[in-house]
Design a protein around this ligand. Structure first.
Ligand SMILES: Cc1cc2nc3c(=O)[nH]c(=O)nc-3n(C[C@H](O)[C@H](O)[C@H](O)COP(=O)(O)OP(=O)(O)OC[C@H]3O[C@@H](n4cnc5c(N)ncnc54)[C@H](O)[C@@H]3O)c2cc1C
Length: 306
């Protein structure tokens, strides 16, 4: 006889009162671009901004710190999954409004689609972002960037949910740095953002965007299961160049391999585990340390239990 499922906890019951889509033991691999990761005890997938705010309020009231997932394009989740509650901020929380050169977007809006839409309207500033497969919220939290530009340049304000209620943060409070912001490491949830773009000719904006997309297509393993650049660039150099220089291109552990196209990408070739990825990353780090005396730090965020 099958064991009957455990009764819902008080927290789960309260979450179900405010969010329609609450899942138990949900495989996180379905929600991250690496396609790696064990189950989350609970996963809440809000279908609107109202559901997001209500769910986060319940979690804070109950003394829980939610784990936030945007599009899962910059994370590696452990094989043993995530204890506690994951809030997956996706398309349900993805409304975008454009007024003049101002863009107001809920956190789950897709960054590439937003970049294309604003470019067509002749709004400059997000050309670099068309190939970054994140949510707008995740991109702001990570200060995602490429080709010398980053989200901080176009950021105006964010509505952020905290244990003490919603707050609005401007650029100074966000402290944008190289792939860092004040949100990282805090139990805060970016609910929506306002970006300030610049009017320009639609043809020029689209051709700049196209140029960068083509360059990306030629130099990065697009469409493969990965989390983008795995390591942060060390000061004054490129992690990919250094990894290639020490002969790690193509190195593999289990189903994880250092990309042959761009050495700062670790790709899941099918069936890779988080343990494979971490073992491979450890080999790469050790070789760089030993041969060049360079210490690589992770750009990818590790979530859950490994
Ligand atoms: C093929 C590929 C190419 C890439 N190219 C680039 C690139 O050129 N430049 C670049 O910077 N990055 C790049 N990335 C990495 C990634 O796309 C960006 O960092 C992206 O902005 C992450 O957004 P996300 O929604 O996927 O965030 P996730 O990966 O889901 O989350 C990233 C972190 O942000 C937190 N987070 C996410 N959303 C929120 C929120 N609303 N509130 C609070 N915390 C939140 C998460 O908890 C996690 O710590 C690439 C990735 C891939 C797979």
């Amino acid at each position: 006889m099958n064991a009957s499922p455990a009764a819902p906890s008080g927290l789960e019951r309260r979450l179900r009162e405010v969010v329609a889509d609450v899942r138990r033991d949900e495989p996180t691999s379905r929600h991250v671009l690496f396609r790696i990761g064990g189950p989350a005890d609970l996963m809440v997938i809000p279908r609107s901004s109202e559901e997001l705010r209500a769910a986060v309020a319940v979690l804070f009231e109950e003394g829980h710190r939610p784990v936030i997932l945007g599009n899962g394009s910059n994370v590696l989740v452990g094989d043993r999954g995530i204890r506690g509650t994951v809030v997956k901020i996706g398309k349900g929380v993805g409304r975008v409004r454009i007024k003049g050169a101002k863009v107001s977007a809920e956190a789950g809006a897709g960054l590439p689609a937003m970049a294309l839409r604003t470019a067509r309207r002749g709004l400059a500033g997000l050309e670099f972002a068309a190939g970054i497969p994140g949510s707008v919220g995740g991109a702001v939290v990570m200060n995602a960037g490429a080709y010398g530009h980053s989200m901080g340049e176009v950021f105006e304000a964010a509505d952020v949910l905290t244990q003490d209620g919603p707050i609005c943060l401007g650029p100074e409070a966000m402290s944008f740095g190289y792939r860092t912001t004040a949100i990282q490491g805090r139990p805060w949830v970016v609910a929506s953002v306002t970006l300030a773009l610049r009017p320009d000719s639609p043809e020029l904006v689209q051709s700049r965007m196209q140029g960068w997309l083509e360059r990306r297509g030629a130099t990065q393993p697009i469409g493969r299961m990965s989390a983008g650049c795995f390591f942060r660039n060390p000061s004054g150099d490129h992690a990919g160049r250094l990894i290639e220089a020490v002969g790690c291109k193509g190195l593999a552990v289990g189903g994880a391999r250092v990309s042959q196209i761009h050495a700062n990408y670790i790709v899941n070739e099918g069936g890779a585990t988080a343990a494979d990825v971490l073992a491979l990353a450890a080999q790469v780090r050790a070789r760089l340390q030993e041969r060049l005396g360079v210490t690589l730090e992770l750009e990818v965020k590790l979530l859950g239990e490994f």
